[in-house]
Design a protein around this ligand. Structure first.
Ligand SMILES: Nc1ncnc2c1ncn2[C@@H]1O[C@H](COP(=O)(O)OP(=O)(O)OP(=O)(O)O)[C@@H](O)[C@H]1O
Ligand SMILES: [Mg+2]
Length: 262
C-alpha cells in the first residue's frame, strides 16, 4: 500500500556561522533519511536533542526545501511551491506551539483563520466549529474571545492543538507537545490525543522525547541520531529489542519503559 507520507533520501545541511567567513563549515542536520507513515498507523520520531527531528518535520511538511531527496504525500510529490493536498490534510502543532499563537488575535480569530484560508469550509458555521473544537480539547468555548496570554501554558497547547485539528485533517504532526506542561496536564493531553486519534481515525506523526508517550500513542518508531535513521520499525519490536546504539541509549536513559501503555 502507498504510504500516506513518505520521504526518500532527504538531506538538509545548514551553514554554521564561524569567526572566519572564508572557512565556512556546515552542519548536516538531516542525512539520507527514508521514512514512511503507513496507512492507519501512527509514527513516533524520537532521538536526542539536536538529532534533526524538527528539521526533518519541516522537510516532510514542505516548509523547507531539502538539499536532496523527495517527499510524497498520498503518492504525489510535494514541494514548498506545490504542497498539494498536504496543506489541507495535515494539521501541525509546532514545537513550543503555545507561544506560536498570535498574541494580538483572540483565540476565536486564530482558530477561524485556517477555515477562512482553506477550501471546503465556506458553507460551515465557523464559530460553531471553533466552539466544537475548543470543547473537544477540554476548554470552555465561552473563553474564545480571550487572547493567548490570558491562558496557562497547558491551555495554550490545547488551543494550538484545536487550531491544528480545526480543518479536520487526516494526519496530525505534533512536535514535542508535552514538554512545557506539568505531568498532570501532560497525562491529560496524551489521553486527549489518543482519544481524538481513535475517534476521528487521525494518524499521528509525533516527535517526542518521552518514549512512554510514543509507546502509548504510536505503532511505529523512527530513531534519529546525528541526522540519520539509526533504527526503524514497529515500536513493540524496537523498544523490546533495540539493535542500534542510539535506541539502546535512549531506552537506557529511561531505565525501563514507563507504565503508560494502556
Ligand atoms: N535554521 C537552522 N539554521 C542552522 N542550523 C540549524 C537550523 N535548524 C536546525 N539547525 C541545526 O540542525 C541540527 C538539528 O536541529 P533540530 O532542531 O532539527 O533538532 P531536534 O532533534 O529537533 O532537537 P530538539 O529535540 O532539541 O528539538 C542542530 O544541530 C541545529 O543546531
Ligand atoms: Mg526539535
Amino acid at each position: 500500500m502507498t504510504p500516506v507520507l513518505e520521504a526518500a533520501g532527504l538531506r538538509r545541511t545548514y551553514p554554521v556561522p564561524g569567526p572566519r567567513p572564508w572557512r565556512r563549515s556546515t552542519r548536516e542536520a538531516v542525512v539520507d533519511v527514508d521514512l514512511a507513515l503507513e496507512p492507519e498507523r501512527s509514527l513516533a520520531l524520537v532521538g536526542e536533542s539536536g538529532a534533526g527531528k524538527s528539521t526533518l518535520l519541516r522537510l516532510l511538511l514542505a516548509l523547507e526545501v531539502p538539499d536532496g531527496g523527495s517527499v510524497r504525500f498520498r503518492g504525489a510529490a510535494v514541494t514548498p511551491r506545490d504542497p498539494g493536498r498536504l496543506r489541507h490534510d495535515v494539521g501541525v502543532v509546532v514545537q513550543d506551539a503555545g507561544s506560536s499563537l498570535d498574541p494580538r488575535a483572540t483565540v476565536r480569530t486564530s482558530l477561524r483563520e485556517p477555515l477562512e484560508c482553506l477550501d471546503g469550509w465556506a458553507d460551515v458555521d465557523h464559530d460553531a466549529r471553533v466552539d466544537e473544537l475548543l470543547a473537544a480539547v477540554g476548554l470552555d468555548p465561552e473563553q474564545a474571545d480571550r487572547r493567548p496570554h490570558q491562558f496557562s501554558g497547558g491551555q495554550r497547547q490545547r488551543i494550538a492543538l484545536a487550531r491544528a485539528l480545526i480543518a479536520n485533517p487526516s494526519v496530525l504532526v505534533v512536535d514535542e507537545p508535552f514538554s512545557a506542561v506539568d505531568p498532570a496536564t501532560r497525562a491529560h493531553l496524551v489521553d486527549l490525543l489518543g482519544t481524538l486519534a481513535r475517534r476521528s481515525r487521525l494518524q499521528l506523526l509525533l516527535v517526542t522525547h518521552d518514549l512512554g508517550v510514543a509507546d502509548r500513542l504510536c505503532d511505529d518508531v523512527v530513531v534519529l541520531a546525528h541526522g540519520r535513521v539509526a533504527e526503524a520499525g514497529p515500536i513493540a519490536d524496537v523498544f523490546a529489542r533495540p539493535r542500534s546504539t542510539a535506541a539502546q541509549d535512549l531506552l537506557g536513559a529511561v531505565g525501563r519503559l514507563p507504565e503508560v501503555r494502556a
